[in-house]
Design a protein around this ligand. Structure first.
Ligand code: FE2
Ligand code: FE2
Length: 206
């Protein structure tokens, strides 16, 4: 196949540049901004939620049903983190080589155990953390739609699960705080942290 010389920026054999970046830049993606946003989202998934959800789950003692839902959300955020990291490097970015610095770049607030750590306070915090994640991922979707199919596909898979997480915590908080039933449409995952979208796993279908 003939080479498309007129549009080629990356030189033959050049390992310092990437065609995978060239093509999305040409389509209008601000790659430096995208890398920054992906690092902020990676930090939010790993530090603001996965880490702190681990602690929050421990504080839902006596509510094994809530703990199960929190566990799915927690492990799926870990899956999100794993999904984002390779994309950051493919785009020519890198993770900060300093964990506190990484934590401080997070696009969402750390989900620290609330005071007092009541079930209602914990569920409210979980709900608002999912909402921050939805807002962050839809921004990446908007930025990449029609221009960077690989990042868009990743972001929309994660967004699918964040929207489910919000619905789960609306259901639990409405029940616990207001005695109201607002169904989330939740089917149980095949296994804890199944992540059907971000791990590309089939839906639970016994
Ligand atoms: Fe997430
Ligand atoms: Fe989530």
């Amino acid at each position: 196949m003939p080479e498309k010389k007129d549009t080629q920026v990356v030189k033959h054999g050049d390992v310092t540049q990437r065609v995978g970046v060239e093509v999305i830049r040409k389509r209008g993606v601000d790659v430096e901004k995208l890398i920054k946003m992906l690092i902020a989202n990676a930090a939010a998934e790993f530090a603001s939620t996965y880490y702190y959800y681990t602690i929050l789950r421990m504080h839902l003692a006596g509510h094994e049903d809530y703990k199960e839902i929190c566990e799915d959300a927690r492990l799926e955020d870990r899956a999100h983190w794993e999904l984002i990291v390779p994309r950051i490097y493919e785009l020519g970015g890198e993770l900060p080589n300093d964990l506190p610095a990484f934590h401080d770049q997070a696009g969402c607030r750390a989900a620290k155990v609330p005071d007092p750590p009541t079930v209602v306070n914990i569920l409210t915090l979980l709900l608002e953390s999912e909402r921050c994640a939805i807002r962050s991922w839809i921004e990446i979707c908007d930025m990449t739609f029609g221009k960077d199919p690989r990042t868009y596909d990743m972001a929309s898979r994660i967004l699918n699960e964040e929207i489910e997480h919000e619905a789960w915590f609306i259901e639990l908080l409405a029940h616990e705080r207001d005695g109201k039933t607002i169904p989330s449409g939740h089917f149980r995952r095949g296994e804890p942290g199944h992540a059907p979208y971000s791990k590309n796993a089939s839906f639970y279908n016994p």
